[in-house]
Design a protein around this ligand. Sequence first.
Ligand code: B4P
Length: 192
Amino acid sequence: MLNLVLFGPPGAGKGTQSQKLIDQYQLIHLSTGDLLRGEISQGTELGLEAKKLMDEGMLVPDAVVIGMISNKLDANKDANGFIFDGFPRTVAQAEALDSLLASKGEAITSMVALQVNDDELEHRLLLRGQNSGRPDDANPEVIRKRIHEYNSKTAPVAQFYQNQHKYKSVNGIGSVDEIFNSICVVIDLCKA
Ligand code: B4P
């Protein structure tokens, strides 16, 4: 089974690349951002709580996102593998993911970390904010808060996978296809 963590700051291209990777490797896409936005659009209690935090550029509590991922793993027992997009975002989430996978006799194969500088991130998110209707993309202050949350809470997750010798760095600047090809080279080497 191929279990991939696609990692990087907000706007690094995790969602964009996931769409291509799921076709190439027949993986199930688990995006905590998409799952949370689904809860918001359905107006659930969880969604209402998450919206307040997301609109301010803050992370949603670990227990909430871990619970969502656990449900999705249980609902996809026959999967070829998973691509985790936007998860784990804290070391506690990474530890929980390891435990969830271990209970199924599985493990993360590799983490692919997209490298993009802050100016480019802000530019991409503001551009998307013009059309996406995502409140967290429209405001430079919220974008900076998201990047700050990433640097303080999410960046240490890279070290977690480095310690397991699963961390792979990929340049996230360039055309979508160029970056996709670089990611495939890394994945194919892991599978070989
Ligand atoms: P996410 O939905 O995960 O979103 P993201 O980090 O903004 O985006 P991503 O990196 O996927 O960027 P994308 O490909 O879309 O998180 C949103 C919020 O949800 C978080 O702030 C947090 O509040 C909450 N949340 C989610 N998961 C959580 C967790 N595990 N724990 C706690 N809270 C959680 O690309 C962005 C833009 O760049 C797009 O417009 C795209 O077209 C463009 N782009 C992509 N690749 C490009 C390229 N190569 N060149 C130019 N532009 C490119």
